[in-house]
Design a protein around this ligand. Sequence first.
Ligand code: FES
Length: 106
Amino acid sequence: MAKITYITFDGTVYDIEARNGTTVMENAVRNAVPGIEAECGGACACATCHVYVDEAWVERTGEPQPMEEDMLDFASDVQPNSRLSCQIRVSDALDGLVVRIPASQG
Ligand code: FES
């Protein structure tokens, strides 16, 4: 289990207990966190699950894979800490992870 904190563009905080092996996107959708549409259902094919990983967590969440990099080109306001949340898998190592949802998805 890992606690994940989602912060929406207006500053609303959602603290969610996530099971290992699920994705950061799945936990947002399951808990109705606004701004994570996940239109493709996690297939890395829509970029509507775009989040900013808190700077303190960038190293632990790792680099996007090439397919994710390509899809990020379709997201708005991409920053160096941008990730597609369907490509971040929850594990104990991510307990405490903080992600922010871009204003463009508000
Ligand atoms: Fe579509 Fe993540 S849910 S790219």
